[in-house]
Design a protein around this ligand. Structure first.
Ligand code: PMP
Length: 293
């Protein structure tokens, strides 16, 4: 990120060097906060309302009363993109419980803090979209929804970070995370899809994944293309024996994976339907959205 980037912090656009948060902020002390990752393409924010709706649900779920309306948060997001003069990039919007005492008690944090970063991003090189990723199955499991719902996009990502460490130590960039029962949940930061006999399958979010905005876009793209798509609980068997497989997420977009635990998926190359969905996703992402001009 360039050093003259502007960060939206609690109502003001400030220089990156002035965008600071208290060490007593409970977002930092306890991971007590929520966030969204949002993309903008060709000067328009993709699915802004959907992201802010999900953010508001995360806030509600953790009993975080926000002093900003949905419209104000949307406007602040657009203003941040505009202030940074970018046409394509990634937005990180974070709301913390705010400054409080050293104890857990969130009621001692009088005011939440919100900051918004807009930056250029390329999570994976184009080559990975063309040739596909190699994945492992991580030993670290997704926590059960009974302890922390994966629907809350909270600042509690240590579980995913631990899984990411496993991936990097194994020499790959991503990994599949199973839930406590051994069913496929998601990757460390993306939803998982496979294709078998012409039908696209993805685990129901109740198996432990975030209800991804990009995941929802895949349902729309499949409906438009006449491709059958279903939710199904899956084990590693379903991934090992799939014809095609891909991940979806705001930062990763739609990206094929062609190897899992050193086994090739299908013929070991990105499949035709995956390639079509990548193309359709890119066309859609560049053709709609909330203008930043
Ligand atoms: N799962 C997890 C754990 C995530 O953090 C994300 C967001 N990167 C996703 C799935 C994908 O969600 P979305 O398509 O809304 O970015």
């Amino acid at each position: 990120m360039s050093d003259n980037s502007k960060i939206w912090l609690d109502g003001q656009l400030v220089d990156k060097s002035a965008a600071t948060i208290s060490v007593f902020d409970h977002g930092l002390l306890y991971g007590d906060g929520i966030f969204e990752g949002i993309r903008f393409y060709s000067g328009r924010v993709f699915r802004l309302e959907e992201h802010i709706d999900r953010l508001l649900l995360s806030a509600k779920a953790i009993l975080l009363d926000l002093p900003w309306t949905k419209e104000e948060i949307c406007q602040a997001t657009v203003d941040t993109v505009k202030a940074n003069g970018l046409t394509d990039g990634y937005i990180r919007l974070v709301i913390t419980r705010g400054e409080g005492g050293l104890g857990l008690n969130p009621y001692l944090c009088p005011k939440p803090s919100m900051f918004i970063i807009a930056a250029a991003i390329q999570l994976y090189p184009e080559e990975n979209y063309v040739n596909g990723l190699e994945l492992i199955t991580c030993a670290t499991r997704r926590p059960t929804p009974a302890s922390l719902s994966p629907q809350i996009k909270s600042l509690n990502y240590l579980n995913n970070v631990m899984a990411k460490i496993e991936c990097i130590q194994a020499g790959v960039m991503e990994g599949i995370m199973l839930n406590e029962q051994g069913y496929v949940a998601e990757s460390t930061g993306d939803n998982v899809f496979v294709l078998k006999n012409g039908v696209v399958y993805t685990p129901p979010v109740s198996d432990g994944s975030l209800d991804g905005i990009t995941r929802q876009v895949i349902f729309e793209l499949c409906a438009n293309a006449g491709i059958e798509i279903k939710e199904k609980s899956m084990t590693r068997y379903d991934l090992y024996t799939a014809d095609e497989a891909f991940l979806t997420g705001t930062a990763a977009e739609v990206i094929p994976f062609v190897k899992l635990d050193q086994r090739p998926i299908g013929d070991g190359n990105p499949g035709k339907i995956t390639q079509r969905l990548i193309k359709d996703f890119r066309e859609l992402a560049n053709s709609e959205g909330t203008p930043c001009t």
